[in-house]
Design a protein. Structure first.
Length: 238
């Protein structure tokens, strides 16, 4: 049986290697490793807002963490602490996400990916959490991950993986305000949304923490298993 093909959205940034110091298509290696170790075939997708036809060749879509989404996407003015928008990334990833959802593909969103899922389901975001919760525990410093407990809803997909209480890492200053049509299935002690999912679908789940950094294999394994099921179903229907 061939491995399920899982698209992982990537982004453009400045990078240095060998003789090069230039713009590059980049992605944290932990996402690729997580998919590969779980039995999937990772395909890195650079930003492309022309169309989402590649989705027809995928068995699943993973949206990784990264820079803030443009608040204009959810009708808000830009907060002074919000990143400069990356128009090509926002447009390309939302196009992929909408096509993946329309096709019934399994979707995993990590950090920014959870926030994009909320927007695709009609939701909105908090732009700077310290203004809301009064602390910087979700991102102690640039490049420093916080750790905190998350309470997960019994019976949810997230709770099936982690139990009703889990300790997670975090590196974000934005979070889901309104989940839209998603069901919130995890919150921190301070009420911040940490997990959300669509229980009407085989696998649509977003988490605010970073399994690709903590070497958390449970989430990748569950996601790739759903992609494998999708691949087998597609092959059987041809």
């Amino acid at each position: 049986m061939s491995r399920p093909v899982i698209g992982i959205a990537s982004y453009r940034d400045r990078a240095r290697w060998n003789i090069w110091d230039t713009d590059a298509t980049v992605l944290q290696q932990g996402y690729v490793d997580g998919v590969r170790r779980a039995g999937g075939r990772a395909v890195v997708l650079p930003p492309d807002d022309t169309d989402a036809d590649v989705v027809a060749r995928l068995d699943g879509l993973l949206l990784p963490g990264g820079a803030d989404v443009d608040p204009a996407r959810y009708g808000a003015a830009r907060h002074p602490r919000t990143d400069t928008p990356s128009a090509d990334r926002d447009a390309g990833e939302l196009l992929l996400l909408e096509a993946a959802l329309a096709a019934g593909l399994p979707v995993l969103g990590v950090c920014r990916g959870l926030q994009l899922l909320a927007l695709a389901y009609g939701g909105t975001l908090h732009q700077h959490l310290p203004d809301l919760v009064g602390h910087s525990g979700h991102c102690p410093a640039e490049g420093v991950f916080g750790r905190h407990p998350v309470h997960l809803v019994p019976g949810s997909r997230a709770a099936a993986l982690y139990g009703e209480l889990a300790e997670v890492n975090s590196h974000h200053h934005q979070a889901v305000l309104d989940p839209g049509g998603l069901h919130v299935t995890g919150r921190g002690d301070d009420g911040v949304v940490e997990a959300a999912e669509d229980p009407s679908r085989p696998f649509v789940l977003g988490v605010q923490w970073h399994p690709e950094v903590s070497d958390d294999r449970k989430l990748f394994a569950a996601f790739v298993a759903a992609c494998t099921t999708r691949s087998l179903h597609t092959a059987a229907s041809v």
